[in-house]
Design a protein around this ligand. Structure first.
Ligand code: NOJ
Length: 525
């Protein structure tokens, strides 16, 4: 059950650290930075796709599902990285991307050949009007989920870029091949796998082809295999769906161990600007209970756009208005910005959101660079603007690489408010009051409070919509979290004296919260 109390940290390998001086981050580069990650206090690394890929979709277009991208290193480098991670008592998960492959994958190349015996590994049609009720996800670039293939003389189905044909899960050979991919990475030593785009495995006429019963049946099959053949490994669902549909990915505790809590994420941002926590409360109330052997993954940002696919039209319009004033900030149905720029570089907002994120039911997922408040560049292609090189120092190349920065695959941030000279790990490690050291302290306090991972959750109505309140408790520990989303101070009455679990300050009848502040409170011993 390690995943129930772990803090996860998401790494874009190409952007983390370049150990060879070619301008591209690599796997030995991650190994070289493990001391930093251990120091920061994260428990489990999530490595973004490191497989061979034409890089149409940031590596989510895979041309060899059991290979390693040459620029990133070798399979031995991956094994070495895992050995070093495990030696530090940390863990790592990897992406398994099996809804689709790259069109360059040998499976697709074989399938499209006229008379191919494996044609059926992908989803083909003579007409482009099948499954017409299925939405297009990448609306900025795709106008259909069908693409004509001249060689095959047929249309093929794709939920993402046209260069990412969907595998046909109705074919038992595909299902077996996918299980072998899962086995391959678990055999190498990964502690778990993030199942990318898992709602879209099957297509059925007259449905939206998402969350189909066949998909859940396959996940159960996969889970049974993982449980039978491995110990202590996890499956994490990437299912951007409304609450009841996300919860379905836990099954009866016999599907995924974890799923991202997509529904609550945008409400955290709405609450800040509205100075009103009601949307968070609503999202949490709408979240069904999950099986005891499962856990949510909660997050503020990741390598994608801040998705607004599942919010109401009204909330989406509000989010765009508040957080995407420049239309170039929009991407598909979402906003391609990093955390700190979204928050207008406001540290109190950053702290407030982390105080909530780290105490909500779930295990927090941090995105590399957010711990130092890195900036973004929404003018870059696709989502590259939130995938820029990690800023290790103010040196040329940001301490990321010794190569000429003009050779970097994604350029450094140049915005004067966020450029490497202004925002970097080295300076912040040296300053006690830095954002980085603040995040590190918060993670340390959280680690001492396993109740935030495994305890019960109960909303507490404090009679003020600006103040979010909830209890996290188990048999040993009782805590109260209060978060003031108003910019002005609030006083929250207490039923009994409580102690601030971070500062040790004692509050007798009430806790005084300045604007945009939170407190983690515990019983007085
Ligand atoms: C979700 C991934 O996070 C995203 O980056 C990718 O584009 C899609 N799945 C398709 O694989």
């Amino acid at each position: 059950m390690w995943f129930q109390t772990a803090t996860f940290y998401e790494i874009s390998i190409h952007a983390f650290y370049d150990s060879t001086g070619d301008g591209i981050g690599d796997i030995p580069g991650v190994t070289a930075k493990l001391d930093y990650l251990e120091w920061l206090g994260v428990d489990c690394l999530w490595l973004l796709p490191f497989y061979p890929s034409p890089m149409v979709d940031g590596g989510y277009d895979v041309s060899d599902l059991t290979g390693v991208r040459e620029e990133f290193g070798t399979l031995d480098d991956v094994k070495e990285l895992l050995t070093e991670i495990h030696a530090r008592g940390m863990r790592a998960i990897a992406d398994v991307i099996v809804n689709h492959t790259s069109d360059q994958h040998p499976w697709f190349q074989a399938a499209r050949r006229p008379g191919s015996a494996t044609r059926d590994w992908y989803v083909w049609s003579d007409a482009s009007d099948r499954y017409a009720d299925s939405r297009v996800i990448f609306i900025d670039t795709q106008d259909s989920n069908w693409e004509w293939d001249e060689t095959a003389g047929a249309y093929y189905w794709h939920r993402f870029y046209a260069e990412q044909p969907d595998l046909n899960f109705d074919n038992p050979d595909v299902r077996e091949a996918v299980k072998d991919v899962v086995r391959f990475w678990l055999d190498i030593g990964f502690d778990g796998l993030r199942l990318d785009a898992i709602p879209y495995l099957y297509e059925r006429e007259g449905t939206i082809s998402e969350n189909l019963p066949e998909t859940h049946a396959f996940i159960k099959e996969l889970r049974a295999m993982v449980d039978a053949e491995y110990r202590d490994r996890i499956m994490l669902a990437e299912a951007n769906q409304p609450p009841p549909d996300v919860v379905a990915y836990f099954g009866d505790g016999d599907e995924c161990h974890m799923a991202y809590h997509f529904p609550v994420m945008p409400t955290l941002y709405m609450a800040l600007k509205r100075e009103d926590a009601s949307d968070i409360v609503k999202a949490l109330e709408a979240t069904p209970a999950i099986p005891p052997n499962c856990q949510w993954g909660v997050f503020l940002r990741n390598h994608d756009e801040l998705t607004l696919e599942m919010v109401t039209d009204e909330d989406r319009a509000y989010m765009y208005q508040e957080y995407a004033p420049d239309p170039a900030m929009k991407k598909n149905v979402g906003i391609r910005r990093r955390l700190m720029p979204l928050l207008g570089n406001d540290r109190s907002w950053f702290e407030l959101l982390h105080g909530v994120l780290l105490s909500l039911p779930g295990s927090p997922f941090l995105y590399y660079g957010d711990e130092i408040g890195m900036g973004d560049n929404y003018l870059l292609n696709d989502r590259d603007g939130v995938r820029t090189p990690m800023q290790w120092s103010g040196n040329p190349g940001a301490g990321f690489s010794t190569a000429d920065p003009s050779r970097f695959s994604v350029p450094l941030i140049a915005d004067p408010a966020y450029e490497p000279g202004k925002v970097n790990v080295a300076d912040q490690q040296a300053s006690r009051s830095s954002l980085l050291n603040w995040v590190r302290s918060l993670l340390a306090v959280r680690r001492s409070l396993p109740v935030f991972g495994t305890g019960s959750f109960e909303l507490v109505d404090l009679g003020d919509p600006a103040v979010l309140g909830y209890r996290r408790f188990d048999r040993q520990t009782d805590t109260l979290v209060v978060a003031n989303f108003s910019s002005s101070p609030r006083s929250v009455e207490l039923e009994h004296p409580m102690v601030d679990l971070w500062s040790g300050r004692l509050w007798n009848d009430a806790v005084e919260l300045p604007g945009c502040e939170f407190a983690w409170l515990g019983m007085v011993p």
